[in-house]
Design a binder for this molecule. Sequence first.
Ligand code: HEM
Length: 529
Amino acid sequence: MSDQRPILTTRQGHPVRDNQNTRTVGERGPATLENYQFIEKITHFDRERIPERVVHARGAGAHGWFEAYGKIGDEPASKYTRARVLNETGVRTPMFVRFSTVAGAKESPETERDPRGFAVKFKTVDGNWDLVGNNLKVFFIRDAIKFPDMIHAFKPDPVTNRQEAWRFFDFVAQHPESIHMVTWLKSPWGIPANYREMEGSGVNTYKLVNDQGEAVLCKFHWIPKQGVRNLTSSQASEIQGKDVGHATRDLYDNIKAGNFPEWEFAVQIMPDGPNDHLSFDPLDDTKLWPVDQFPLRPCGRMVLDRVPDNFFAEVEQSAFGTGVLVDGIDFSDDKMLQGRTLSYSDTQRYRVGPNYLQLPINAPQPGVKVYSNQRDGQMTYMVDGTGPNKHINYEPSTLAEGLREAPKPAKEYHQRVEGRLGRYQTSRTEDDYTQAGERYRSFQDWEREDLIANLVADMKQCPEPIQLRMVWHFWHADEDYGRRVAEGAGIDLEKAKALPPLPGRAAPGKRLQTETYSDGSQAQRVAAE
Ligand code: HEM
């Protein structure tokens, strides 16, 4: 039978006649330097790795599609947004999704206690829309300027290269806004059973904009049809002993078996503006929007039905960013969202290269033509379409050639912004405890037991000043919560309760200090002295 397999070549297209033996002078002599085939093979190998993601390095991806209901809850989607991807029914928008852990390195175990990344790329007819979210609906911090501090504390110690509980809690102890997230994370919700049986959330606050140029604030959520399943620490350790990639295996096995995972897409909506009647700021991503006041309104569904052909090309080189929105979906003034929007494309120009958007995994769907005047840079794969005259890579041109601006929508959304330049806290009151306490009380008994056991084990690794401050926080969230952690870890509860408020913060539950400026105007939300 004739061998139909393709012939191995170099990247120059030259056939490789011997892939087993290096060319040498004589049987036992030295290798030669002009051996192009050998040099290409080894030097390409030397460059096989690109920097891993600075966070969310461990991940798995899958392809699928999104279908809009054309409604947001019971109302037509068009009432809130002109985004075609949420309005047009009967259209399957291609999608690529990457799930991940956060702090671990690229090959770290998928059983780690960590938020799970839930990054989604909708390849819509209007270009890409990325929703870069997590499984948990809140976050540790509410100001992007804190992100490098947070990640440094959560990643390995710069001396020992080990993740240390005391470094994590040293950061948390100084940032009460993270107590809510920590309560989720240290419970079984911090170890989802796999990527299929978990929720997703955009976490940050966005806006929907309709044809009239009117906006509402919104949060996006993914609800798994498979249900939610989480692991205790001991269940996770047992899995980790056998398999460090169990979640990728689960995702691939299910998709290959035709058991396609599916999520419903839902939004929460509130009027644009400060919403002063609420006890929390809707731009504070450490707080949930309570579903009894802001119901989850279904607006579509996503199905994942294809695993990648190549991990590196599709998963490792995929690049998601919070700046990638389509018309009808807009930014809010959530400071995290704004900081993130700088960070993603910046890191991707470094991690993948300045032309990362020319890669098929990141480029818009083939039906969307990219016409830009951006040129050159490493690994330029093609010239974005320019029209017939390829000399004109600028805009506008007197010759009425080259590219032109898109027509403006009939009614644009123009947010009015006025304010005094300064550094403000994204909160109204120093209340980082109410929702953390609600979360503690809402857990089932086994979840609370696991939470306390995990925190007790962590506290035992922390020096006393960190232990006392953490118990102080837990106690303010819920007295039983603080007492159980203190008792379990042998921490003096009375000494913890006697601590003063943190420097620069108001006492729990108190409004932040108001500052009066020379013209008599006032700013709230400045730190207490
Ligand atoms: C200001 C805060 C944040 C900053 C500066 C930041 C920055 C980053 C950076 C630099 C990456 C690596 C991206 C890459 O190499 O392609 C990343 C990945 C990621 N971040 Fe954030 N992040 C922040 C907050 C968040 C929050 C709040 C969430 C959840 C809603 C989140 C979810 C993710 C996910 C899911 C990925 C992985 C994306 C992928 O699968 O490629 N990040 N982040």
